[in-house]
Design a binder for this molecule. Structure first.
Ligand SMILES: Nc1ncnc2c1ncn2[C@@H]1O[C@H](COP(=O)(O)OP(=O)(O)O)[C@@H](O)[C@H]1O
Ligand SMILES: [Mg+2]
Length: 313
């Protein structure tokens, strides 16, 4: 199996020492010029600081018995304003760890997280975060869950309710405002979480495997809805998934992580498939198939390593 070059994404000043993996990606995908286009896009966006920059971050967890585990090592990753970036990697490799550092819930052991050019201290207030699991408050109605963030931010009640009702409609839940989480389907709960995340109009949206628990049809409906909402506002998105089809169909760029420990990016692919996209239909696009093969060639070994490690554990 080939050795994958270690990737450091570009810094805020434009293309960094990231040339080789892009070239490799382009060659794998049979698409000369992807790297060059990506560099051009980065140069033109160079005037603006990235919405998110993880600059050589390492995250080591230390247990009470003194043992330690380095979940992520020396990882650099950027999300440009308006860019939709997916991160894929095997289960347990450190995807949630990465997102938690971007959200400011977890502080890197080494390296720096910057948000729109400012080093992040504490919680990332520019970001909206959609968690991996179920994160609704069971004692609150759907509407009260959606408006919770506005309430905490001190938005007057009537305004919060009006904005909450508007967001319930936008995610297809008009009329279900008074349902409690236990009275809703999994898909409805995810829609509620989506409205809860987007109502604060965050400049950076962080999503951690948001739809992995849904059946495939519901999931594709929601993926299309997210894309539609994103096309309308073009906020920066960092989207975590273990599902390669989902990553390719939704993103501008896909970053592949190695299996842990010492997880780091091992490949980066620009998804040059035209938008708007329908996530179900795009899977038949010849470019989708090409990209899928190229990315899977990088991801496959890591998935096997991750599986083997979990089996041993
Ligand atoms: N708070 C923690 N303390 C110790 N180890 C942790 C902690 N959080 C995560 N880990 C470990 O770090 C690795 C990456 O975890 P995580 O980021 O949740 O993976 P993923 O989201 O890719 O499935 C796993 O091996 C996990 O057990
Ligand atoms: Mg996770």
């Amino acid at each position: 199996m080939p050795e994958h070059p270690r990737t450091h994404g570009p810094g805020p000043d434009g293309p960094g020492p990231a040339g080789q993996p892009f070239d490799r990606a382009a060659a794998d995908a049979g698409a000369a010029g992807v790297g060059a286009r990506q560099d051009a896009r980065r140069r033109s966006a160079g005037a603006l600081p990235p919405a998110l920059l993880l600059d050589r971050v390492t995250c080591t967890f230390t247990s009470a018995d003194g043992s330690s585990y380095t979940a992520m090592r020396d990882t650099t990753l950027t999300v440009a304003p308006g860019e939709f970036v997916s991160v894929v990697g095997p289960t347990g490799c450190g995807k949630s760890t990465l997102l938690n550092m971007a959200a400011g819930l977890l502080h890197p052991t080494a390296g720096v997280v910057s948000v729109f050019g400012e080093p992040l201290h504490g919680i990332n207030r520019r970001a909206g975060y959609m968690f991996q699991g179920e994160a609704l408050m069971p004692w609150r109605s759907a509407l009260a869950n959606v408006t919770a963030g506005l309430e905490f931010a001190g938005v007057p009640g009537a305004e919060a309710v009006a904005r909450g009702q508007e967001w319930m409609r936008r995610v297809g839940l008009g009329g279900f405002e008074n349902r409690y989480p236990h009275q809703m389907s999994g898909g409805m709960r995810k829609r509620t979480m989506l409205a809860q995340t987007l109502i604060r109009d965050p400049d950076l949206i962080l999503m951690d495997e948001p739809f992995s628990a849904l059946d495939i049809q519901t999931r594709q409906l929601m993926e299309n809805e997210v894309l539609e909402l994103w096309m309308a506002s073009r906020k920066a998105v960092l989207f975590i998934t273990h599902d390669l089809d989902e990553a390719i169909s939704m993103s501008d760029r896909v970053v592949v992580l190695s299996a842990g420990p010492d997880t780091h990016p091992i490949g980066e692919f620009e998804i040059d498939i035209p938008r708007p996209r329908d996530v179900a239909e795009v899977r038949a696009h010849p470019r989708f198939i090409e990209l899928h093969q190229a990315i899977w060639a990088v991801l496959r070994d890591e998935v096997l390593k991750g599986y083997e490690r979990q089996r041993r554990a």
